[in-house]
Write a protein that binds this ligand. Sequence first.
Ligand SMILES: Nc1ncnc2c1ncn2[C@@H]1O[C@H](COP(=O)(O)OP(=O)(O)OP(=O)(O)O)[C@@H](O)[C@H]1O
Length: 229
Amino acid sequence: MNDRGVPLLVGRDLHKSYGPTAALDGASIHVRAGEIVAVMGPSGSGKSTLLHCAAGIVPPDSGRISYDGRELNAMSDVERSALRRREFGFVFQFGQLVPELTCLENVALPLRLDGVKRREAERRAAGWLDRLEVADIAHQRPGEVSGGQGQRVAVARALVNRPRVLFADEPTGALDSLNGERVMRLLTQAARESDTAVVLVTHETRVAAYSDREVVVRDGRTRDAELVA
Ligand SMILES: Nc1ncnc2c1ncn2[C@@H]1O[C@H](COP(=O)(O)OP(=O)(O)OP(=O)(O)O)[C@@H](O)[C@H]1O
């Protein structure tokens, strides 16, 4: 049973430097099941690094990350990548769809990689394209669709295997405000319907308005309120 009071994902006192640059200097974050958390802060403050560490993509120099009671640091690379594939979904600013595949095939891809048969994978993918209001471009390739449509396809692909946490790094950063609003409305609606938590990096207050809670990063640090038991 999922206790909504207990955080699903916790990153504590994370430090990460790139050469002389301290990208994270004691940042923490916690996310409860189904919760939408916006990570805010000025450019270069460490938001993306915090997302990458929390998602197990980049190992922190120090600090601890736990997901559903399991320490990420204690896992092997194979276990961590299996966790990312099965439990996490990712949406980035752009360039994430496979250009040679149709939008439908792109969305079906994570299921195919998990061994789901083509017909079933494409049936489920079509359902997600429909939810994201891009069913009409199912057979087009990413290069033939608009930026907003492409991002909605990317959201469908990130949610198709029902992750428990969706990590989104500036998902509307390359879109005009109208398209950005549409992507955010559909992303948050789909995440809420499937009880997927969202960690959303953004510097736009309009985008953060779709979240339940904000975590502010400044100079690689967050407020102590992020340090939960
Ligand atoms: N791979 C890397 N190599 C070297 N320096 C890096 C790397 N990734 C991040 N940094 C540096 O770490 C600091 C934090 O970067 P990060 O991308 O996490 O910030 P951000 O808040 O997401 O910025 P933005 O809003 O501009 O995307 C910056 O000074 C950045 O230049």
